[in-house]
Design a protein around this ligand. Structure first.
Ligand code: SF4
Length: 507
């Protein structure tokens, strides 16, 4: 079956393109320069030839919100119907880059440069769809289960689309995409990378397999599914942190507690928390490398068992029980950092741990560990560099846009969602795809991802940066000129149009 990205070879299309005939028009929105016959769409399905006119296949997305202080919602512009002329203002209507069209590289002003007035200040929002080869996804997967070794390749359909990167507290992290996978490898690798990124960025599910590790089904805002098992909870903390949190509650109910964890396994009576409570040493030594008192690294290999280790039998991590210190009848709790795995043991006359029914007060604390674990979710953040030619669609002096963004005079949003702008050079933005409208991303077959992006600033700042002021249009003119789809504003997002030019990127 032909891959959609194979419809046009970006290397061949410009050279092989014949002059456009009457029923063929050329799309110049990306370097592929598709020649599109009447009634057909281009390789990315974003543009079509309708009766000899090049049109964007999807409507422009307009977001509307309730005005603060009003009890009822503002009536939305009716989807699919032309604007009826009723009052719209920058206080409740925002034009996003979704469906806005673009050119790449940007050799003409952005498709919409929208004027508005907010808090007495004349404002401008420059609206476009940016095409990003330098882009990737950062995936935060809330699980302590073993996904794979750091730096291992992450694959889709056998193609490398990213790698495992530094784990975070309670989460495994993957980095997908990037220019090397998109354009630096084989065509198949680039297409697989583009497909996977597009699906994830548009809030779809993708199964990833990791070299030397697991398979994981990832979808923004949903629990990860590791090797077919849905993850329910994120650990409450590492083994040492769990000891610190619950030590007081175990006092008088347990003689020893071992919290099994792939990172730091905690041993209560050796730990500072146990010392603080004057707990008697229990003489139970666990395997692994002692970091500091009561904190052990590498008690087992990473895996899908207790606390993200490969431990199925918790007693397997006990190296020895010191007969000079331990005693018959010693009460031992072994528990994982999510409370999902827990066993209660009592030492017999030979100091062998024997499984026994867990006492009620101990069970309560184990259940409290579980209660304190947050739901395990996948987070998908898009990251891309908007500091290149895209700026030419905003201003004839691009570095001034960069400075204005860095100076918090220009606010950057993606489909209305707030972004984090990285420090240092360029305009490298990061956005949580869940803050954006559904299906906000597109692609072109170079391959690259298409991201809606908006730059909002005071009109005076726009003029002084060398902005395309001759192309500024009123919001009403945008509604008159372009087919649009109105959607509800996502309430937690800060409204991007604020009169205060020094407003933060997000609130
Ligand atoms: S791939 Fe899409 S944006 Fe690029 S030229 Fe073809 S139709 Fe236009």
């Amino acid at each position: 079956m032909t891959h959609p990205l194979d419809k046009v070879d970006p290397q061949d299309a410009p050279e092989s393109a014949a002059p456009a005939s009457s029923d063929v028009i050329r799309c110049d929105a990306c370097p592929v320069l598709c020649r599109i016959r009447t009634g057909q769409s281009g390789a990315c399905d974003r543009y079509a030839n309708i009766d000899g006119r090049l049109v964007r296949s999807d409507p422009l997305v307009i977001l509307q919100r309730a005005i603060e202080g009003e009890k009822k919602l503002v009536p939305f512009l009716e989807p699919g119907k032309p604007w009826d002329g009723s009052v719209v203002s920058a206080a409740n209507t925002f034009v996003t880059g979704i469906g806005a069209t673009t050119t790449y590289p940007d050799y003409k002003p952005a498709p919409f440069i929208v004027s508005s007035k907010m808090e007495g200040v004349d404002m401008v929002t420059v609206v476009t769809e940016g095409i990003f080869s330098y882009c990737g996804l950062k995936l935060k997967i809330d699980t302590d289960r073993w996904l794979g070794p750091e730096q291992a390749a992450v694959r889709v359909d056998g193609e490398a689309v990213g790698h495992v990167t530094t784990a975070e507290y309670g989460s495994q992290m993957l980095a997908l995409g990037g220019v090397h996978h998109l354009t630096g490898g084989s065509k198949k690798e680039g297409n697989a990378t583009c497909d996977a990124m597009l699906a994830l960025a548009n809030k779809g599910a993708v199964e990833l397999s990791i070299d030397g590790g697991s398979t994981v089904l990832v979808q923004a805002g949903k629990p990860p599914v590791v090797n077919g098992e849905r993850e329910e909870r994120m650990r409450v903390g590492c083994g040492s942190a769990t000891i610190g949190i619950f030590a007081q509650q175990w006092l008088n109910h347990c003689d020893e507690v071992i919290v099994v964890d792939d990172h730091i396994t905690g041993v209560l009576t050796e730990h500072q928390a146990g010392k603080f409570l004057d707990m008697k040493p229990a003489g139970i030594r666990v395997r692994g490398r002692k970091s500091t008192p009561g904190r052990y690294f590498k008690v087992a290999e990473p895996g899908l068992g207790w606390g993200g280790t490969n431990v199925e039998d918790p007693l397997s991590i006990i190296e020895k029980i010191d007969p000079k210190t331990a005693w018959p009848g010693l009460r031992l709790l072994m528990v994982s950092t999510t409370g999902e795995d827990a066993e209660w043991f009592v030492l017999d006359a030979d100091l062998k741990p024997r499984k026994a029914p867990m006492p009620g007060p101990v069970r309560v604390v184990v259940e409290r560990i579980a209660e304190n674990c947050e739901p395990a979710l996948c987070s998908v953040l898009f990251m891309g560099g908007a500091g290149g030619s895209l700026r030419a669609g905003v201003t004839e002096n691009p570095v001034r846009l960069t400075r204005s963004v860095k100076g918090a005079i220009t606010r950057v949003t993606c489909g209305g969602a707030p972004v984090y702008v990285w420090p240092g050079g360029g305009i490298t933005v990061m956005v949580d795809v869940l803050d954006m409208p559904d299906n906000a991303f597109g692609y072109v077959p170079t391959p690259a991802l298409v991201l809606p992006i908006e730059f909002t600033m005071p009109l005076a700042a726009y003029a002084s940066m060398g902005g395309h002021t001759g192309n500024v249009v009123a919001l009403e003119d945008v509604l008159r000129s372009a087919p649009f789809r109105a959607q509800a504003w996502r309430d937690p997002n800060p409204w991007p149009i604020k009169g205060d030019p020094h407003g933060k990127q997000s609130s």
